[in-house]
Design a protein around this ligand. Structure first.
Ligand SMILES: Cc1cc2nc3c(=O)[nH]c(=O)nc-3n(C[C@H](O)[C@H](O)[C@H](O)COP(=O)(O)OP(=O)(O)OC[C@H]3O[C@@H](n4cnc5c(N)ncnc54)[C@H](O)[C@@H]3O)c2cc1C
Length: 425
């Protein structure tokens, strides 16, 4: 509800990366008083350190670098009239029944700030998993970095992290850093991947490893890190079902280890606010309007689920912006929803429910590589929708449109969940 409080905003967006800026452009353009809160001094989020190109092919129909993409979405948000708070960190979100949402912030410029909002959008991005998350044994010397942190050191601070590097994990950040390190004169000895397939996008395997003859060890685990002050070498071995074959162990001399072992949504604020989390994504559970279990709190971008392409982040953010507008105009779109859960070979689906009144867009990830697959939506073992797909990989997020017409093939039970499955054909 509107308020005379000078600190009242119709919409408060937490995070000024691609997601937050793209939502803000939509809500401010619609005349809603919109604030974007960003803890860093500059807007743009993770894009600012991604100086390589490959951004914006779908959304802007051109190939941009990360900072170029950030500049475009920032300009749109500011032009639409968003009020920007930089160097301001949100520390709590509180929603009491029948009241607006309180957003507590700590700002380098304004000090402690208590803002009030009709709706809040979570757009805090994600953070990197680290050594503790993957449990690599061995010493704890200097020279071990999360790959994104090393990217920030190199691209923003201008510091080269070492001379001879090994990258553990073949996620996109690790692949991009392999090439970036080579360009900076660092010898990249290997990329080591525990899975039988690479985790990053195929284009990054080709452009960042194959073009530079950097070896990729698939189905290898890291068995030891050696070194006292600084990393001196690592030992890797092929494995079967998690058991390393030490007879084939290899020792690689290096002074730097980069870990590219996955990202997790930045969810502390969400947990503190009482938002229900989806164990499959690490982000909030959301309905078809991307609203969490707390009325008026929405989520999009990497805080909701980790995206490989920023274009999908902007797309999801635009959907969120329109859902926020509907919510504030009391036009509930998420009514009469049916729960959606991942089935065979599906790691997760977002959103977590199907709206029976509109066409629905779902994002999902496969758990395995399939040359050719059939996606089937079941309700209680009855198929209600089928679609053939080519080249399904965990590294590439899938997007499907579930038409409202799936109701025509069989009347859906409002209580039983829909299950989305992927089967190799
Ligand atoms: C190394 C790397 C390479 C990539 N390469 C490509 C590519 O080639 N092509 C492509 O399309 N995509 C690529 N991506 C993916 C894409 O860049 C991201 O998915 C997208 O930019 C994420 O946007 P976001 O707004 O969700 O998150 P972020 O950009 O992380 O933004 C979140 C923002 O929230 C702020 N924040 C967090 N918590 C708070 C708080 N409590 N208070 C205030 N502010 C807060 C953060 O400071 C940050 O600025 C890449 C990503 C990475 C990491």
């Amino acid at each position: 509800m509107k308020s005379d409080n000078k600190n009242y905003y119709d919409v408060i967006i937490i995070g000024g990366g691609a997601a937050g800026l793209s939502v803000g452009a939509v809500t401010a353009e619609a005349g809603l008083k919109t604030a974007i809160i960003e803890r860093e001094a500059d807007l743009g989020g993770i894009l600012l350190q991604c100086i390589h190109n490959g951004f914006g092919l779908h959304h802007f129909n051109e190939e941009l670098t990360g900072p170029e993409y950030a500049a475009k979405v920032e300009t749109a948000a500011i032009k639409a009239g968003c009020q920007i708070f930089t160097e301001t960190t949100v520390s709590a979100i509180i929603k009491q029944a029948n009241k607006n949402i309180t957003v507590d912030c700590s700002s380098a410029i304004h000090g402690a700030l208590e803002l009030e909002a009709g709706a809040v959008v979570l757009a805090m991005g994600c953070r990197e998993r680290n050594r503790g998350n993957i449990g690599v044994p061995g010493a704890r010397p200097a020279g071990i970095y999360a790959a994104g942190f090393a990217q920030r050191l190199l691209n923003i601070k201008g510091c080269v992290p070492g001379k001879k590097a090994v990258i553990i994990g073949s996620g996109d950040i690790g692949l991009i850093m392999a090439r970036r390190l080579r360009w900076s004169g660092v010898e990249v000895k290997a990329v080591v991947e525990i899975m039988p397939h690479a985790s990053g996008l195929p284009r990054n395997i080709a452009q960042c490893l194959e073009d530079f003859n950097i070896p990729l060890y698939l189905s290898y685990m890291t068995t030891k890190i050696n070194g006292k002050q600084r990393v001196e070498s690592i030992e890797i071995a092929p494995h079967k079902n998690g058991i390393a074959d030490m007879s084939k162990a290899v020792k690689i001399d290096c002074d730097t280890l980069l870990l590219s072992v996955g990202l997790v949504p930045e969810n502390e604020l969400s947990v503190k606010a009482g938002i229900e989390l989806n164990l499959d994504t690490g982000g909030p559970v959301v309905d078809s309007s991307l609203m969490t279990n707390i009325q008026g709190i929405f989520a999009c971008g990497n805080v909701l689920h980790v995206h490989d392409l920023v274009d999908f982040v902007s797309e999801e953010a635009i959907v969120t912006g329109h859902a926020v507008i509907n919510y504030l105009n009391n036009k509930a779109i998420a009514n009469n929803e049916i729960k959606v859960i991942p089935g065979t070979n599906v790691k997760y689906t977002v959103p977590n429910s199907y709206n029976r009144a509109v066409n629905n867009s779902f994002y999902l990830r496969s758990m395995m590589v399939m040359d050719s697959a059939e996606l089937t939506v079941y309700q209680h073992e009855h198929p209600v929708y089928r679609k053939k797909l080519k080249h399904v990989k965990p590294a590439e997020m899938l997007q499907i449109q579930l038409p409202v017409s799936i109701e025509t093939s069989m009347e859906l039970d409002p209580i039983l969940p829909l299950t989305i499955s992927l089967e190799a054909i």
